[in-house]
Ligand binder design. Structure first.
Ligand code: TMP
Length: 210
């Protein structure tokens, strides 16, 4: 008889936070991670672009250097490939939950919706870079551009995306809402104009369902 024990590890859950700049998602990431930890799961909190030493260097370039819109898209996916290989996939495989502050929906919304990069090209890259890893849950913090802009701190220099003028952020917002409509089982849209306390309660309700 074979006495070897087979250990089955349940893959961790992958949760992403999305929304236009100033929507306030970052405030809720740590409290969501604490909530999940209190329910007994291990959680890694990370972000895009970034999350690895190389990814953080790419982030610094992406947030400051002017570049061609397709270069920007490719660098987002290069940082993402590194992030998946070094952080996201090893954690999920060990049964650890991953919360990422942005993922591929940000490329769909910012580079696709905001800059006009062909959606088919973005999907081709997504299939190449993460054919088997997609978020189990995406929390979309939705807020009008006007309110979000007023919330952006004036005490620091705004990055290249935050500085975008015209209807850029409205285009990003409407692309996010289209994505949420197209995949209602993955997305939960959070009204980011609610108080922090109300949002926290909403998030608690959502987290216990996954
Ligand atoms: P953050 O300020 O929320 O960390 O995000 C950095 C900026 O990068 C934000 O303005 C959105 C932008 N971004 C994209 O344009 N495409 C992407 O794929 C990602 C991950 C972020």
């Amino acid at each position: 008889m074979n006495n070897e024990k087979v250990r089955l590890t349940v893959r961790g859950k992958f949760i992403t936070f999305e929304g236009i700049d100033g929507a306030g998602k970052s405030t809720h990431i740590e409290s969501t991670a604490s909530l999940i930890r209190s329910r007994g799961a291990e959680v890694v909190v990370t972000r895009e672009p970034g999350g690895t030493p190389l990814g953080e260097k790419l982030r610094a370039l992406l947030l400051s250097e002017p570049m061609h819109l397709e270069t920007e898209t490719l660098l987002m996916f290069a940082a993402r490939r590194e992030h998946l290989a070094c952080v996201i996939e090893p954690a999920l495989d060990r049964g650890v939950w991953v919360i990422s502050d942005r993922f591929t929906d940000a490329t769909r919304a910012y580079q696709g919706g905001g800059r006009g990069v062909d959606a088919a090209k973005i999907e081709q890259l997504a299939r190449w870079v993460h054919p088997h890893t997609n978020p189990d849950l995406t929390l979309l913090f939705d807020l009008s551009r006007e309110v979000a802009q007023a919330r952006l701190t004036t005490s620091r220099t705004l990055d290249r995306f935050e500085q975008e003028q015209g209807n850029f952020h409205s285009l990003v917002r409407s692309e996010y809402l289209k994505l949420a409509q197209a995949e209602p089982s993955r997305f939960r849209v959070i009204d980011a104009s609610l108080t922090q306390e109300k949002i926290k309660k909403l998030l608690e309700k959502i987290i216990i369902t996954i």
